[in-house]
Design a protein around this ligand. Structure first.
Ligand SMILES: [Zn+2]
Length: 398
C-alpha cells in the first residue's frame, strides 16, 4: 500500500528550481520551493515517471514467447522501475490467432491478479498481425501470420484481453482498413500506422478514419524507397499523427530524428520497443520473431542472417533521452516529456498532468552525467518508493 504521506526533494526538470513535492494517498498534494538551507545540498533531478508505449519484454520476461511464462508481467513491471518506467504497454506482435488470444488472456490474468501490474500497465499494445507482408516493412514479424484487419477476430482478442487492448498498430494498405479503424476509434482504441507499405492515399484515408499515431516511424520500412511520394513523408506531414521514434542511436540517424522532432513538435514521442533481451548479456539468441538475433556489446540488436535489419531495441527510455541530450537534438525538459507526459496525453492517462497537484505521484529522481547520461536514483509509483539505487537488492524482492 502507498504510504499515506511522504515528500520528495529535487531539482524540477522543467523549471530547474529546487522543490519539495508533498505526496498524499499516492497523489501529488503540492509543490513548494525548497528553503535556502536545503538548497545548498546537491539534489538529484525530479521528473514524472517514464511512460513506454511499446515494451515487448524486459530482462528475460517475454510477452511474445507463447505461452507467456508465469510471472512475466509481474517481473517486467518491477524490473522496469530500475529504468524509471512507471507506466508501460505490454506489446504483443504478429503471431497465430490462437497465440495472440492466449497472450491477451495471460496479460489480462496477470493484471487481474496483481494490482501493481494493473496500475503500471493501463493497456496492451497489439502490434500486428494486420501489417504489411512485404519484406522490409514487416521487419522481423512472421510473414505467414500477416493479414487484413478482421474485426470479429480483433473482438475475440479484445474479449480475451478483458478490454485492455488500447493501441493497435496496423498497415492501412489492406482493404477494409478505414472501416476497421473507425470501429477501433469508437471503442477508444488508438490506431497507429506502422510496418506499412501503404500509399499516400491509403495513409490519408486512415487518418481520415481516425488513426492518430505512427509506430516507430522510419523503421519497419523498405531499405530503399521512391524519393517522393512515400509513406514516411506522408506520415511526417500529417499533423494528426503523433510519431513514436526509437532514439537509441541505432534505429535512426540523428538527421532523421531531428527532422521528425521538428515536423511533429509536441507530437513527437519516444518509445523503447525493448525486447525481452533488454538488460541481458551480448550474444546470439533464438527468438520467435524471425529466428536468430544478435545482441552486440554496443547494445544493437539485429537479425543474425541480416545484420542490416534490426530486431527491436535492447535499450530503455533513459538511453533514448540520453541520446537526444548528447546529440543536442532536445533539451532535458522536452526529451523527458517525449517519454512521459506526451505519451500519457495521447492515451489520456492521469499521469499526463506531470508534476502537478492531483496527479498520480509517479516520480523519478535521477542524475545527469556526461557522457553516461541519465542515471536513475529512485523511482516512485503512486507515492511509494519502488526503486532505490542505494539498495537495489530490496527492490528485487518487492
Ligand atoms: Zn515494430
Amino acid at each position: 500500500m502507498p504510504r499515506s504521506v511522504t515528500k520528495v526533494n529535487g531539482i524540477h526538470y522543467k523549471t530547474k528550481q529546487p522543490v519539495t513535492i508533498h505526496i498524499e494517498h499516492g497523489r501529488i498534494q503540492s509543490l513548494h520551493p525548497l528553503d535556502a538551507e536545503i538548497r545548498q545540498a546537491a539534489l538529484p533531478w525530479v521528473a514524472p515517471g517514464l511512460v513506454d508505449l511499446q515494451i515487448n519484454g524486459y530482462f528475460g520476461a517475454d510477452f511474445n514467447t507463447i505461452p507467456i511464462a508465469e510471472g512475466a508481467v509481474e517481473r517486467a513491471t518491477r524490473g522496469l522501475w530500475r529504468q524509471g518506467v512507471t507506466t508501460y504497454f505490454p506489446t504483443v506482435i504478429t503471431n497465430g490467432d490462437a497465440e495472440i488470444e492466449q497472450a491477451m488472456r495471460s496479460i489480462a490474468a496477470a493484471c487481474a491478479a496483481d494490482p501493481v501490474s494493473a496500475a503500471a500497465a493501463p493497456g496492451i499494445h497489439l502490434e500486428g498481425p494486420f501489417i504489411s507482408p512485404e519484406d522490409g516493412p514487416r521487419g522481423a514479424h512472421d510473414r505467414s501470420f500477416t493479414k487484413a484487419p478482421d474485426w470479429p477476430l480483433f473482438q475475440r482478442w479484445q474479449e480475451a484481453a478483458q478490454g485492455r487492448i488500447k493501441i493497435v498498430t496496423l498497415s492501412p494498405e489492406w482493404p477494409g482498413s478505414a472501416e476497421f479503424i473507425e470501429r477501433c476509434v469508437e471503442q477508444g482504441v488508438i490506431v497507429s500506422i506502422g510496418h506499412t507499405a501503404a500509399s499516400p492515399e491509403q495513409i490519408a484515408e486512415a487518418v481520415q478514419a481516425g488513426a492518430r499515431m505512427s509506430t516507430h516511424l522510419g523503421n519497419g520500412a523498405h531499405l530503399s524507397l521512391p524519393r517522393h511520394p512515400n509513406y514516411i513523408w506522408e506520415q511526417l506531414s500529417r499533423d494528426e499523427l503523433a510519431a513514436c521514434v526509437i532514439a537509441d542511436g541505432f534505429h535512426l540517424p540523428d538527421s532523421v530524428l531531428k527532422v521528425t522532432l521538428r515536423a511533429k513538435g509536441e507530437k513527437a514521442l519516444l518509445v523503447s520497443d525493448a525486447v525481452y533481451l533488454s538488460g541481458m548479456e551480448p550474444g546470439l539468441y533464438e527468438n520467435h520473431i524471425g529466428g536468430r538475433v544478435v545482441l552486440t556489446p554496443e547494445g544493437r540488436l539485429h537479425l543474425a542472417e541480416h545484420p542490416g535489419l534490426l530486431a527491436g531495441s535492447a535499450q530503455l527510455l533513459p538511453w533514448g533521452i540520453s541520446h537526444l541530450l548528447d546529440s543536442g537534438l532536445a533539451e532535458l525538459d522536452t526529451a523527458w516529456e517525449m517519454a512521459s507526459l506526451r505519451p500519457s496525453a495521447l492515451l489520456n492517462l492521469p499521469s499526463q498532468s506531470g508534476l502537478a497537484p492531483g496527479a498520480p505521484a509517479d516520480l523519478v529522481l535521477f542524475e545527469l552525467k556526461r557522457p553516461q547520461g541519465v542515471k536513475i536514483i529512485q523511482t516512485y509509483k503512486l507515492g511509494e518508493r519502488v526503486f532505490d539505487s542505494a539498495s537495489p537488492a530490496k527492490e528485487a524482492n518487492a
